[in-house]
Design a protein around this ligand. Structure first.
Ligand SMILES: Cc1ncc(COP(=O)(O)O)c(C=O)c1O
Length: 367
């Protein structure tokens, strides 16, 4: 079976650090959590970084920090995983879906403009499938309009635009370390923020509201949550962060091979700007116009090739369509016509493309 993704971390990579963790008895709040946090700080170039339990809790906490609630609107990129809108919905605010560019799959200046109203209180830009193209322009617009910008960079650790890595561009950035991402801690996430004066707030809210000590006890100066990452997760994260740039280069090479073979038969790759490093979290193509995407996924499964959809048009998912009836046309088209290809170390991209082309030819013959 050609799998969609394989982890870049092995047991041997973490074995010694895990032994040390067991010897120390520190399973949370230990040196690896501190180390991973500092290394992410250096890697992203952000003034402040916090580790969290997932991108979802990270996004939710950022909205909480902004005081988002009932009566507010938050503009969200529509071509994304539903978590991007769920966090807005959960706080009683309204997610307003911004359509995306058919080339980059990201919110653009025009689609953002069309979604802003007098009730808009924040914007969530999504790096679709890890691609940050257009983020810097959206950050400028948000600054001009006085709107806080949250970047849903769940897929985008290691990507950059204009030489600035994701995490150092938007006011707040949220990362995911779910196993579909390039760097995985099982579940896990992180937040980076530009305004370091908010650091104490994030530190205490992530950890029950505690800050400092009162005698021999923690001082709970606020109420809060437990969204902390644990030591085993941080060990996994540290090991992978060291090799992340190498992984990104490899994935870009695989992408280039697939483009060479698949564009001549009608596939179109997701586009990115000339000043962008795209981590290729997902290797996604629009299928040729005459090809039925779902049928192609089924055909490839029969040939032992695992592929899947690009991602979702959130506005077209059952819950959001029923609730807001605001399906975004470009995003909806991408939801129905994009395909994620396998991409991992050691993949034979020539063989993969051969199998895809065979499946396309079979469909064309039958069609
Ligand atoms: C764009 C986007 N945002 C948010 C999430 C949620 O991430 P997590 O599973 O870490 O909560 C995902 C997960 O795939 C995602 O792709």
């Amino acid at each position: 079976m050609i799998r969609l993704i394989k982890p870049y971390v092995t047991f041997e990579d973490v074995e010694q650090d895990f032994r040390n963790m067991f010897d120390s008895g520190m399973f949370t709040r230990g040196q690896n959590v501190e180390g991973f946090r500092n290394e992410l700080l250096t890697y992203t170039g952000a003034p402040s970084v916090f580790l969290a339990t997932s991108a979802t809790t990270a996004l939710w906490l950022c909205l909480k920090n902004l005081g988002i609630g009932a009566g507010d609107e938050v503009v969200v990129s529509d071509f994304s995983f539903p978590a991007t809108a769920n966090v807005v919905e959960d706080l009683g605010a309204r997610p307003v879906f911004a359509d995306v560019s058919p080339d980059t799959f990201n919110m653009s200046a025009e689609t953002l403009d069309a979604a802003i109203t007098a009730k808009t209180r924040a914007v969530i830009f999504v790096d679709a499938l890890g691609n940050p193209t257009g983020l810097t322009r959206i950050a400028e617009i948000c600054r001009e309009k006085g709107l806080p910008l949250i970047e849903d960079a769940a897929c985008a650790l290691g990507s950059s635009e204009g030489g600035h890595r994701c995490g150092s561009i938007a006011d707040m950035t949220c990362f995911s370390f779910h196993p579909r991402k390039l760097l995985t801690t099982g579940e896990g996430g992180a937040i980076s923020i530009l305004d370091a004066t908010k650091s104490d707030w994030f530190d205490r809210k992530l950890s029950h509201g505690g800050q400092g000590m009162r005698g021999y006890a923690l001082d709970f100066v606020d109420y809060g949550y437990n969204f902390r990452m644990s030591e085993p997760q941080a060990i996994m994260g540290r090991v992978q962060l060291r090799n992340l740039d190498e992984v990104i280069e490899e994935r870009n090479e695989l992408r280039a091979t697939c483009i060479k073979h698949l564009e001549p038969v009608g596939f179109i790759a997701q586009k990115r700007g000339a000043n962008v490093v795209h981590n290729v979290q997902s290797l996604v193509f629009k299928v040729p116009d005459d090809i039925d995407r779902d049928q192609l996924i089924g055909q490839l499964r029969e040939e032992d090739v695992e592929t899947t959809i690009g991602t979702y048009a959130i506005s077209a998912t059952t819950y959001y369509r029923d609730r807001y009836d605001s399906v975004q046309p470009v995003s909806d088209l991408l939801f129905r016509t994009t395909l994620t290809l396998p991409c991992y170390r050691g993949l034979d991209a020539e063989d993969l493309c051969g199998r895809i082309i065979n499946a396309v030819q079979t469909q064309r013959k039958l069609g």
